[in-house]
Design a protein around this ligand. Structure first.
Ligand code: ATP
Ligand code: MG
Length: 286
């Protein structure tokens, strides 16, 4: 039997571009012309459903889709029974409480007895409960920032990334209540055959993710300081050392995370490294 898995991705919005590029970087080819709601890959046993992000957790829980890519905010809000297979590191944002600028704010008890507009009644409700705050939740589906200025609510709880939308609407962020990023979710009762395809997909996603967070570093170093340099950038198994044409010098090649590179740059230079090149890695399989 030739199984095929179905993945639900956002049709258009803040998740869709990164979701589709990740899939493309996994070497999976497909066509997604405008208006198309379903598409199959030409070189991997996967089919795509293009949906609103609100519907993705439910479709995956019901088994209409086997996998989905959705923000943790939407996943927790919808409270569906699915497995989180992988954090994807994009569409990072937070859910925050905000109030009109100029209001005196001394802590979350500010919201006791007040009304808050939000599209996330469950996450907000759970948060208020955990803080022992009793506030009225007004559920609205969009343009939440306008609620205080039209007298609908005294505060809001909404997605914030840079804070500029809040500022434009005369609001200030006072509490961060939830942090979110895109995640790959899966149905809980996939067949063995489908699980085998999911494993293949995860293997590719991990290789892409590892590649992105690591760099290939090349540098020239005097042979006398090779031990010091190898200790700073040990690489996957060990660095490659190649002799330069100039006597007494070597070229050192290694792989390390970008953070590790910046942490060690002073040490490398102090050890005499020069001509340092940092090159992106497309995929990495360890
Ligand atoms: P849909 O039409 O699919 O329902 P939407 O309007 O509900 O889309 P988008 O604004 O496209 O949702 O956001 C999708 C998801 O992207 C959010 O649920 C959140 O996880 C994340 N997100 C939202 N705003 C930002 C932001 N400013 N920066 C990064 N990620 C964000
Ligand atoms: Mg939505």
């Amino acid at each position: 039997m030739n199984s095929i898995i179905r993945i639900a991705v956002q049709k258009s919005g803040r998740l869709s571009e990164d979701s589709l590029s990740l899939i493309k970087e996994c070497g999976i080819k497909f066509y997604n012309g405008t208006g198309k709601l379903k598409s199959a890959s030409t070189n991997f046993p996967i089919e795509f459903l293009f949906l609103r992000d609100d519907d993705i957790p439910g479709y995956v829980a019901d088994g209409v889709a086997d996998l989905g890519i959705v923000g943790e905010n939407e996943l927790v809000e919808k409270d569906k029974d699915v497995t989180v297979l992988k954090k994807l590191g994009f569409s990072k944002c937070r859910l925050s409480l905000a109030i009109p600028k100029g209001e005196e704010y001394e802590g979350v008890s500010y919201f006791d007895g007040k009304s808050i507009a939000t599209s996330y009644p469950k996450i907000l409700g759970d948060y208020l409960k955990s803080q022992n705050i009793s506030a009225e939740i007004h559920e609205i589906s969009g343009s939440v920032e306008i609620a205080p200025s039209i007298g609908l609510a005294q505060g809001i709880c909404d997605i914030v990334s840079s804070g500029s939308t809040l500022m434009m609407n005369g609001l200030i962020e006072v509490e961060q209540i939830f942090k979110s990023e895109a995640v790959l979710i899966g149905n809980k009762s996939l067949t063995e055959e489908k699980l085998a395809i999911v494993d293949k997909l995860l293997f590719r996603m991990n290789a892409v993710q590892k590649g992105k967070s690591n760099k290939y570093v090349l540098l020239n170093a005097p042979n006398a300081s090779l031990d010091k340099i190898i200790a700073l950038i040990p690489g996957m198994r060990s660095p490659t050392i190649l002799p330069l044409a100039e006597e007494g010098w070597s070229s050192v090649h290694s792989v390390l995370s970008e953070d590790q590179f910046w942490e060690n740059i002073e040490g490398l230079r102090a050890a005499g490294a020069e001509g340092i090149l940092v090159v992106p890695i497309e995929k990495m399989v360890i």
